[in-house]
Design a protein around this ligand. Structure first.
Ligand code: IMP
Ligand code: MG
Length: 175
């Protein structure tokens, strides 16, 4: 555990569990997209570590792009996000899978889906490694979920608290 880990709580998913979940998701996705070329879009920065594991576990051809978004102003519950770094490449005609580290309220994903839909992908689906079990104000559909977790704040495996703990190889509660 890092020396600044005094505020870390219960481990929710250990390394072995994460490996198993990633393999399960990759197998499902590879099956569903068989004979197609998948275009993965990672949502920075939280998905970075998950998407790196996921893309290597796929058995189908895949390309990779990233987008970085940030909530507009301080009102994070408004669902208005600003694109900090847009996609490098057009997604028109591509089979796009948006990859998120965690889906909490679903506001970020619902914004991204609306935005991506206007760019005319051939198909558009969502994979989130974690989904919080909370009533979502948006009815965003997450097509592939690694694990449902309680509505608690978690860190590790790419997820941060003020940029800390992204490099933990496991997922733990904060506090
Ligand atoms: P949403 O728009 O409420 O679904 O929130 C999505 C974003 O909030 C994620 O991409 C994360 O960056 C962040 N987030 C939400 N819950 C957590 C958490 O428990 N730990 C770390 N980041 C979180
Ligand atoms: Mg964060």
């Amino acid at each position: 555990m890092p020396s600044d880990g005094a505020d870390l709580g219960q481990v929710l998913l250990d390394e072995e569990t994460i490996r198993t979940e990633v393999a399960r998701l990759a197998a499902r996705i590879s099956r569903d997209y068989a004979d197609r070329r998948l275009h993965l879009v990672g949502v920075l920065k939280g998905s970075a570590i998950f998407v790196a594991d996921l893309v290597r576990a796929l058995t189908i051809p895949a390309t990779l792009d990233f987008i970085s978004v940030t909530p507009y102003g301080q009102v994070t519950s408004s669902g208005v996000v600003r694109i900090r770094k847009d996609l490098d490449d057009p997604i028109e005609g591509k089979d796009v899978l948006v990859v998120e580290g965690i889906c909490a309220s679903g506001l970020t994903l619902s914004y991204l889906l609306r935005n991506f839909q206007t760019r005319h992908p051939a198909s558009l689906k969502v994979c989130a490694f974690l989904a919080k079990q909370k009533s979502r104000p948006t009815n965003v559909r997450v097509d592939y979920v690694g694990r449902d977790i309680p509505d608690v704040f978690v860190v590790g495996y790419g997820l941060d608290a003020n940029e800390r703990y992204r490099n933990l190889p496991y997922i733990a509660r904060l506090g």
